[in-house]
Design a protein around this ligand. Sequence first.
Ligand SMILES: [Zn+2]
Length: 284
Amino acid sequence: MGAVVDEETGQEPSCIFCDSRDDCPHLVAVIDRTFSACNGGALYDSIGELRELLADRISATLANLQTFGEDGFDYELASIFRGAVENYDPGQPDDVYVDEQMFLAWLIEALLNAGADEPPGYIVEEGGPGQSSALTLLYAPNPSAVISKVARRLHEQLSSLKSREFGPDADEESHTQVAPEPEPIPREEPSSKQDTAQKQVDNTSRPVLIVVTDWPSGTMAFKFGGSLQASLGVTKEEMKLVQMTPERIFRVETKISETDFRKAMNARDVASGGTVLFLEIPKS
Ligand SMILES: [Zn+2]
């Protein structure tokens, strides 16, 4: 484990209850957002059980050829279900794909709602060049009570899952759930780039560069990344990172038009990221 520092103060972060700089009884979770892993705290011992609960429920849903309604379902869990449906192999029904990044994003939010506290600052664990991680540290007077609450929330969410039979076009459905129904909307500033986008909508994947001028930090980074994937109709693996800073640039193959992409992003209400450019790479 490399040195852990708060980039805003240059200090090592400490417990907000007892001021300890080491593991203390108040540490709920140490989450590495860069590498999508829980590295410590009380959650470390419980995360496997929670993930299994989720995976088992997904597996049962898929094995019964049911899909699910997203009403009342937490955004990240819905996204995990979509990812699992898209990656489902009936030959290996127990092998359920759970997007760890989304799962951790859900856990952070659920832990905060359950009473965990996040100290201010921007915490990083320094690794070698290009290997530093962004960390989320969560504390609570009684971490196991917080985790029990989160487990209850997960149970609640999973039991509220409303199953329905797969229709004949279930596969299509799982893709169209990603973005709102495309509706023609008036174009405010027509440009040749957008016209191209409009002509090429639908069945062909086109290479696109997504440029984000101001990549968000903290838990918003998860939400923002998840929204980009969902709005583009791609998985995390399909978003090829071209450049980290100063602008974050991804290259993706997407069927989604710029109009639908922007509508889907607006619908997801992630009001950060600065300017997001959608640049189609022309076929030469
Ligand atoms: Zn403490």
